[in-house]
Design a protein. Structure first.
Length: 174
């Protein structure tokens, strides 16, 4: 039993997917957004990484800015290739829930709360919906991938297939 087969046999629920190959389109969308955002947290740390985290009230911004950037990069890349897709979706769902709680809820309620900063621009329901469109899309798409898996065109599917025992036709049948 090679390493891929051994790993796949330990993770049947993680690797399984009844999703069609077109799930690749959702994976590419989610992965592209998270890889891009993760990279930008390192390229523009003051605007999108630790500096932004400090501005909006995220604790330990010098630690969490790069950590979240790395999580977005790694999990986004795993989702693009369809490797451990269900597991990679979990931290991205948490990421989006924190983003909504820390930046979109203050827009909705018109002030900061629980240590999160007050919004700088327009506030209210419609402003929050406008600002939350990508976060909600990524939350729902990541949740979709958690629920259905990577689909047929993925490394998960290849690993699962490699772990399945070869099917031998029954004697006397052709």
């Amino acid at each position: 039993m090679n390493r891929a087969t051994a790993a796949a046999s330990l993770w049947p629920g993680v690797l399984s997917s009844g999703a069609p190959r077109e799930t690749l389109l959702v994976r590419l969308l989610v992965g592209w957004v998270f890889v891009s955002e993760g990279l930008q947290k390192f390229i523009y740390p003051d605007a999108l990484g630790a500096g932004r985290f400090a501005k909006i009230g995220i604790p330990l911004p010098q630690l969490l800015g790069p950590f979240v950037g790395a999580v977005e990069l790694v999990c986004g890349a795993l989702i693009v290739v369809g490797l451990l897709t269900r597991l990679a979706a979990i931290p991205l769902i948490i990421d989006m829930l924190v983003a909504i709680a820390s930046t979109k809820v203050p827009i909705l309620i018109g002030h900061g709360y629980l240590g999160f900063a007050s919004p700088a621009g327009k506030t209210g329901f419609w402003s929050m919906l406008h600002e939350a469109r990508v976060d909600v899309s990524m939350l729902l798409a990541s949740s979709f991938l958690l629920l259905v898996g990577a689909g047929e065109w993925s490394l998960d599917a290849r690993l699962k297939h490699a772990a399945e025992p070869a099917r031998v036709p029954a004697a006397g049948r052709t």
